[in-house]
Structure formats: C-alpha cells, structure tokens
Design a protein around this ligand. Structure first.
Ligand SMILES: [Zn+2]
Length: 253
C-alpha cells in the first residue's frame, strides 16, 4: 500500500502568525470534481428526505450555534490550507436520523441533534467535533480513501470512482482490509482538528473534553474507529503545541 500522508505539522520555531502550520499533499487517482459531485448528489438526496418529514434543521438554536463555531474554524482553515478558500462550508442538523456527525467532500456537514443533546457538548467540544469533520474535507479523505482502495478491490486500477465507492459500501472484506487506513485517517483528522480549533482560539484541553465524554460510552462489538483512549492519548501529546498555536491565533488580531 502506498503511503500517503496528507497533512504534516511543520516545525514550530520561528513562526509568523499568518503562516500555515499544516502542509497538505497527496496523490489521488480520481479528479476532485468527480468526488465532490458524487458527494453533492448524496448530500442533496439526504437533505431532501430529511426535510420531507420535518427532521432537518428543526433545532434552530443548535443550528445557529454550530454555524457560529463553523465560521471561526473556517477562517483558521483558510490560513492552514489556501485550497479552503474555494470551499463553501455547509452545515445542517437532523433528528431521528441515526447520525452523530459526518462530513462529505466539498465541505458538507451533518450533525445529529440527539448526539449533541445526549453528551451536552460545550462550545469547545463542538468546535473539536466540527474541526475533526472539516479536517476530513481539507485532507480530501474520501478521495484519498478511494485512491487507496483501488489496490484492494478486484481490478481496482481500471474502475471508476462510483464503482470503488460501491465496493466500499457493500463489501465487508474490502472494508475490513481498509480498516487500518481508516484508523489512520481518523487520527489524522483529530490532529488537524486540534490545530484548527486552537488556531481559532478554542482551549485545546477543553476541546478534548469531547473525546473524554465519548470514552465513557461502551464501545461497539465491532468498530473500525480507533478507540477513544488511543485518540485521547495521541491528542494529549499534542496539547503543548496546540497551546502555542492558540497563542499565535491571539496575536493575529
Ligand atoms: Zn472522523
């Protein structure tokens, strides 16, 4: 399997405040436009279905709160990744939709109302949740994931993006074989998310409260996600750096 590290933290000494701290690189087999068009179709279909029976954006206060937090994070994203200038972030909430939080290529986010209510997330915790989802978009994880999956599915090198996506949705074996890479992307999104959140002024330790709350939940019998314990351990080792990044954000204004 090829090693594609989408984001690396560059060295911190001698930083100027408007300098990007993350570097986004990657080789992708499919055009960005193809991946984003597929995401847009899926997102629009899902929103329409939610809207039909009143499950979309029903909690206006929550939606407003999320949009405010997203705006701050969006400014941080533009510093870290100039490509983010072209992203028009979109966020919606849903109820009775079996959703925690998800993002799709091109900047489309969906947050489950019950998930937020259940854990009573603070603004900093929500910032971490959103920053993590934005990180998946910024690092183009869907596109990267499908590019890697071509090496695993039958005749993958000659198949279209939609075919690869179908295999990923339907084949347990393919999903299982991709699980290590999935875990890597999750940890990477945590790491980019922490940088984005700190950059937009959120307290890094307070943000990680989100993971601590999730950690109290019993894990599912089979989960491809990295454990919250592993996520907390990784993110905690970044805390000092995150505080320095937060200071940097403060001197920007
Ligand atoms: Zn994730």
């Amino acid at each position: 399997m090829k090693s594609l590290l989408a984001a690396v933290l560059i060295s911190l000494p001698a930083l100027s405040c408007a300098q990007a701290l993350l570097e986004f690189t990657g080789e992708h087999a499919f055009p960005r436009t193809t991946v984003e068009a597929a995401a847009e179709r899926a997102y629009t279909t899902r929103l329409k279905s939610l809207s039909r029976d009143g499950r979309l954006d029903a909690d206006h206060a929550l939606l407003l709160r999320l949009r405010n937090i997203l705006e701050g994070l969006g400014s941080a994203a533009r510093i870290e990744n100039p490509g983010a200038l072209a992203i028009s972030w979109e966020i919606h909430t849903c109820r009775r939709c079996d959703e925690t939080a998800s993002s799709m290529a091109g900047g489309r986010l969906l947050i489950g109302e019950e998930f937020v209510a259940k854990f009573g997330f603070t603004d900093s915790e929500l910032a971490y949740l959103l920053a993590h989802e934005m990180a998946h978009v910024l690092a183009e994880h869907t596109r990267e994931f499908a590019s890697i999956a071509r090496y695993i599915v039958d005749n993958g090198r000659n198949r279209r993006f939609e075919d690869i996506q179908r295999e990923l949705d339907e084949s347990f074996t393919v999903s299982l074989r991709m699980s290590d890479f999935y875990v890597r992307q999750e940890l990477e999104a945590d790491y980019i998310g922490l940088v984005l959140g700190a950059r937009s002024g959120h307290d890094p330790a307070a943000m990680l409260g989100m993971l601590t709350k999730l950690h109290r939940e019993p894990a599912g019998a089979f989960s491809t996600h990295p454990s919250e314990a592993a996520r907390i351990q990784r993110a905690s080792s970044m805390l000092q750096t995150a505080y320095r990044i937060r200071e940097l954000g403060h001197t920007q204004h």
